[in-house]
Write a protein that binds this ligand. Sequence first.
Ligand code: GLP
Length: 238
Amino acid sequence: MNWETLPDYPALSARAASLLLDGIRHDPKLVLGLPTGSTPVGMYDRVVGECKSAYHCFREVVAFNLDEYVGIPRDHPGSYFSFMQQHLFKHVDIDEKNTFIPNGRAPDLKVEAERYERAIRNAGSLGLTFLGLGSNGHIAFNEPGTPFDSRTHVVALSESTRRANAAFFLDQPVPTHAITMGIGTILESRSIVLLASGAKKRDAIARLRTGEQSVDFPASALWSHPDVLVLVDEAAAA
Ligand code: GLP
């Protein structure tokens, strides 16, 4: 696992954006794994800024989001579908048919999870995946206790995760369940970049740094992967 500490959130976002854009320059048909949450917003802003003026960045790129809430319509402002439209997809030249997000309203979520796994496989597997970090160590929506070989599945969200995401739902209740790529799915990505910013993530980063692997701390699964870069800002690293 490689580590880089950036001075602050803007620097971390710029570094993450340049890794994403370099990935596409190197392989215009790159298959991305993409996160939501507040941490990647700065990265997306920079990517959009560059792609608007520079060149047709996303023309052949394929993107798989990590997760989606169960039970809310995709145009709900709190959905990850809406998040991705707002922060990335509607601003760049990505082909809509190359954007994949689990359907949290599918009639049979188990079938939907299998369909999602198949779609990733058919795309040739994830090439470069960006992850955020939950303060309890979750990656995507894989909460503590999730087996490291898990595939895309439905998960009950922990109270702390629901609280942490309440801002995206204003006065409405945060959904109780989500559908998420499994840890095993994520570990098959050729390269992984984990982003963590701010003092709220300091304890989780300190725990990750120990290198001790435990299903109680999902991000620790990343120690089994040969190509992981952790980007932290000083507030998260201290
Ligand atoms: C949510 C997402 C995760 C994300 C986490 C951290 O739970 N499902 O993929 O990593 O939030 O979010 P934030 O970046 O807002 O701290």
